[in-house]
Ligand binder design. Structure first.
Ligand code: NAI
Length: 308
């Protein structure tokens, strides 16, 4: 199992580290545009192998895509990240050019690959990869909902005073502060709805804290987060590499599901060896449907900017 990660920055390196520590991939290739950067990150990570007990071989290259040939899975994290006060949408202009050229180089070397898009604004970048590569829709996956759901569970556990492993919850919709739709109605603590334990006001607070989860960290760190994004990407990579058939909310091309089409947005999907093996349509309440539709409109507005 060969995995390529383009962008050896904060998120790319973190995801390479988690993939290696989980020890399911034979090889991870890091690619960056900054001279020597990916090689340096790869060497540093390889020097953790005997300490962390993994056999995954990590190598780095400054833009030599021939080294990525035959990758089963490629992750795109290249581009710029937001600074405090910025929205993810403000990254569109710069990141679109980067993501488009990176995707073309990856597919040239690995025509059968599955691509996971991380660069922001992620839903629009995922749509762009569809348009630019023409790969089948099951092989293009946007990572956002897995991270947003992890942040949702963190906030739920905090509010409940419960261990995170007892809590379940999912965030669908666009990967943006306004576009996220945390499904509080379906969130549970040991299979019991969280509304049994939390007031409406507290649940609303969890929802709002989840939606600004990334912005809160950007304010604290001065740049965007990397541990949870890296871990979320590694979870998707593992689900595909190990054919786990796990359900994660991922950005995928919709063709009528949830009454939406011609956009990529986060909905639950089954991930296995073929990438997105099924889009799961859950029954949404009227309020959730309205929120998802509004989120889709915002994503479509962003997508329109790709042509301008
Ligand atoms: P970073 O700045 O630490 O790393 C980005 C790397 O991409 C840099 O090392 C840069 O040299 C490289 N790069 C730029 N152009 C390139 C090109 N043409 N080819 C190869 N490498 C290139 O940024 P960070 O924090 O790792 O974030 C990366 C992206 O991921 C950002 O767009 C950020 O907004 C996004 N992100 C998305 C998340 C999600 O849930 N979808 C979560 C966190 C970040």
């Amino acid at each position: 199992m060969k995995v390529t990660v383009v962008g050896a920055g904060a998120v790319g390196a973190s995801c390479a580290e988690y993939i290696a520590i989980k020890n399911f991939a034979s090889e991870v290739v890091l690619v960056d545009i900054k001279e020597g950067f990916a090689e340096g990150k790869a060497m540093d990570l390889m020097q953790t192998a005997s300490l962390n007990g993994f056999d995954t071989k990590i190598t780095g290259t400054t833009g030599d895509y021939s080294k990525t040939a035959g990758s089963d899975i490629c992750v795109i994290t290249s581009g710029i990240a937001r600074k405090p006060g910025m929205s993810r949408d403000e990254l569109l202009g710069i990141n679109a050019g980067i993501v488009k050229s990176v995707a073309a180089s990856l597919v040239e070397q690995s025509p059968n690959t599955i691509i996971i898009v991380v660069s922001n604004p992620m839903d629009t970048m995922t749509y762009l990869v569809h348009k630019a590569t023409g790969l089948p829709k099951n092989r293009i996956i946007g990572m956002g909902g897995a991270l947003d759901s992890a942040r949702f569970k963190y906030r739920l556990a905090e509010a409940l005073g419960a261990p995170i492993s007892d809590v379940d919850g999912m965030v669908i919709g666009g990967h943006s502060d306004k576009g996220m739709v945390p499904l509080t109605r379906l969130a549970t603590r040991n299979s019991v709805p969280v509304s049994e334990f939390l007031s409406e006001e507290r649940i609303e607070q969890v929802k709002q804290d989840t939606k600004v989860g990334g912005a809160t960290l950007t304010g604290l760190l001065g740049t965007s987060a990397w541990y949870a994004p890296g871990a979320a990407v590694s979870g998707l990579v593992q689900a595909i590499a190990c054919d786990q058939k796990k359900i994660y909310p991922c950005s995928t091309l919709l063709e009528g599901e949830y009454g939406l089409s011609d956009l990529c947005i986060g909905v639950p999907v089954v991930l296995g060896k073929d990438g997105i093996e099924k889009i799961v349509e859950i029954n949404l309440s009227e309020e959730e449907k309205t929120a998802l539709t509004a989120s889709a409109e915002a994503v479509k507005n962003n997508n329109a900017a790709l042509n301008s």
